[in-house]
Design a protein around this ligand. Structure first.
Ligand SMILES: [Fe+2]
Ligand SMILES: [Fe+2]
Length: 331
């Protein structure tokens, strides 16, 4: 391609972004835009799949049939989210198998929140309330992201995430109306998940390496700090209604700013978890790898079936056209 032709394509791409229109799979896009999207969507897809582990552990220990049905539905939704997102990523020319390979080789990441353990059933509620709540804050703006397939996947995902948030809040509310021991269990769980939830928005804007360019391309619509603030403002009244204390002595309403002030998360902890030194990183990857290996026969069987069906369809259509030409000949 001549430099002039490439410049024309780039100008067209930038005009589409400036108009707030969507970039679609067949449109020309700069390599760096494609790479940024693959990285972000893949990380998002991996998070949905790995995110099934901490809660999945509790399905067999749910306290009632109703709780089990809710949790099962929620964990299955997360599997579905992973699949929509892998499909969105495939429109950029990378296969799901490649992405899974990159995750298993440690070359792509997933959200650090899933490297924390779930120690009690209250954690199912806290994850729904805080972790899915933070995910909603992050994901609602992504419904308007500049890449079409990603934005459309996010619309359905966000609807399901709000069910996740509600079921978590309802579980915690039920426990808070229970015994002292149940209330203590909720508070202990919130104490463990509050700070890691704030870290889900990523490092502070000043240190976020990929943010500025993602914003310019309309891949991201709000900065990490803006979204974190939005989450805190949304969550504080909900914590009051529940009757739990958020474990931050600096948390208070600031009249001048019209927002809550809050303390600084431990960024060294976030860096350590991202590096692989969180409490459950090794366990999560071990489990993911084992699931991949145990599922090998399913993938083999599915591809054998698909190629046999494709073969049958091909010979069927060859037969049909032979019949047609025989009929044509007879006429
Ligand atoms: Fe999800
Ligand atoms: Fe969710």
């Amino acid at each position: 391609m001549t430099a002039e032709a490439e410049e024309r394509l780039l100008a067209g791409f930038e005009a589409t972004i400036a108009r707030n229109d969507r970039i679609e799979p067949r449109d020309w896009m700069p390599d760096a835009y494609r790479r940024t999207l693959v990285r972000q969507i893949a990380q998002h897809a991996h998070s949905e799949i790995i995110g099934m582990q901490p809660e999945g552990e509790w399905i067999g220990r749910a306290p009632s049939l109703r709780r089990k049905a809710i949790l099962l539905a929620k964990v299955q939704d997360e599997a579905g989210h992973g699949l929509y997102l892998y499909s969105a990523c495939e429109t950029l020319g990378v296969s799901r198998a490649e992405l899974t390979g990159l995750l298993l080789a440690g070359r792509q990441k997933y959200s650090s929140i899933f490297n924390y353990p779930t120690l009690s059933y209250a954690d199912v509620g806290t994850i729904g309330w805080l972790v899915d709540g933070a995910a909603i804050c992050n994901q609602v703006p992504l419904c308007r992201t500049s890449y079409g397939p990603y934005g459309r996947a996010m619309i359905r995902i966000c609807k399901e995430e709000s069910f996740h948030q509600r079921q978590g809040y309802e579980l915690l509310m039920t426990m808070m109306r229970g015994t002292d021991a149940q209330r203590a269990m909720v508070q202990e769980s919130v104490d463990r998940f509050w700070w890691p939830s704030l870290m889900m928005f990523g490092p502070p804007d000043a240190e976020s390496t990929n943010s500025a360019r993602s914003m310019a391309w309309g891949v991201k619509r709000n900065s990490n700090d803006e979204l974190r603030q939005r989450f805190v403002d949304m969550t504080v009244p909900q914590a009051d209604a529940l009757g739990v204390t958020l474990p931050d002595p600096d948390l208070r309403w600031n009249d001048e700013r019209g927002h809550h002030d809050f303390g600084e998360p431990d960024w060294e902890e976030l860096a350590a978890v991202i590096r692989g030194d969180g409490p459950c990183n090794a366990q999560r990857m071990r489990h993911r790898r084992a699931a991949h290996e145990d599922g090998a026969w399913v993938r083999e069987a599915a591809s054998a079936f698909a190629s046999r069906s494709a073969g049958a369809a091909a010979s069927h259509s060859a037969e049909a056209s032979a019949t047609l030409s025989a009929e044509a000949g007879a006429r």
